[in-house]
Design a binder for this molecule. Structure first.
Ligand SMILES: NC(=O)c1ccc[n+]([C@@H]2O[C@H](COP(=O)([O-])OP(=O)(O)OC[C@H]3O[C@@H](n4cnc5c(N)ncnc54)[C@H](O)[C@@H]3O)[C@@H](O)[C@H]2O)c1
Length: 246
């Protein structure tokens, strides 16, 4: 178990990639602090992790609300005394061609995908710097690297995370806090289940591995970036995309 005595915050933990990360980190011995707006699912996940012998805290919170993210981080510090890893995973899409994209679709995506990461990171970075230890991993996307029609808002937010992470990485590398992104391609979750079959086929045609990724593929990469093996890796973007973008 590589994360014994470590404490990990995972946002957007109640399903999909976040759930896979939470379960994997708990199996590796971490205490996982789970944040999401879906309170019931979050509490069920925490109970399930605990029933399997893991350590979990359910902290219902909206990442767009800095008062809630600050309170959640304070609750983790009070309960566990430390925060070793932050996985900024909460994210949403509001897809549509740009000509028809509404201002509220732009704002909603920026609020969760970008401001949410600001809020959580702000809440944990000081204790990490003081402890001279930390790992921050944010879920960017292949859309932020290569663009995607109907996702100007989403791609902008995910590209924004790359610039954010590289800048913060430069600021706090000397304090032994690393800041990286993972950039998944098409992963089978609720977010991609809504894609029309024709769009799914178009993606499959350009994925050299000929399949979509699984949440476990992403969780394994996040585990690596939070591990001691990745101690000298910061400011990087790790693609998990079956070769779709290289
Ligand atoms: N699925 C993919 O193909 C894919 C590809 C690239 C990147 N990503 C990114 O990976 C992350 C996880 O995606 P997923 O596919 O598991 O999505 P998902 O929709 O299954 O899960 C997202 C989670 O975020 C939570 N969330 C949404 N708004 C929130 C808020 N304001 N505060 C707290 N939690 C909130 C949701 O309740 C949900 O549990 C996202 O950031 C997504 O952009 C996904």
């Amino acid at each position: 178990m590589i994360f014994q005595d470590r404490v990990t915050i995972v946002t957007g933990a109640s399903q999909g990639i976040g759930e896979a990360i939470a379960r994997l980190f708990a199996r590796e011995g971490a205490t996982v602090a789970l944040l999401d707006i879906q309170k019931d699912k979050l509490e069920a996940l925490a109970a399930s992790i605990i029933s399997e012998g893991g350590k979990a805290l359910a902290l219902p919170a909206d990442v767009t609300r800095s008062d809630q993210t600050a309170a959640a981080a304070a609750a983790v510090l009070k309960a566990c005394g430390r925060i070793d890893h932050l996985v900024n995973n909460a994210g949403i899409t509001r897809d549509g061609l740009f000509l028809r994209m509404k201002e509220e679709d732009w704002d909603a995506v920026m609020a969760v995908n970008l401001k949410g990461v600001f809020n959580l990171t702000k809440a944990v970075v000081r204790p990490m710097v003081q402890a001279h230890y930390g790992r921050i991993v944010s879920l960017s996307s292949i859309a932020g690297q290569m663009g995607n029609p109907s996702q100007a808002n989403y791609a902008a937010s995910k590209a924004g995370l790359i610039g954010f992470s590289k800048s913060l990485a430069r600021e706090i590398a000397s304090r032994n806090v690393t800041v990286n992104c993972v950039a998944p391609g098409v992963i089978t979750t609720a977010m991609t289940a809504v894609l029309p079959e024709s769009v799914q086929k178009t993606f499959l045609d350009i994925i050299p591995m000929g399949r979509f990724g699984e949440p476990a593929d992403v969780a394994a990469a996040v585990r690596f970036l939070c591990s001691e093996d990745a101690a000298y890796i910061t400011g990087q973007v790790l693609g998990i995309n079956g070769g779709m973008y290289m």
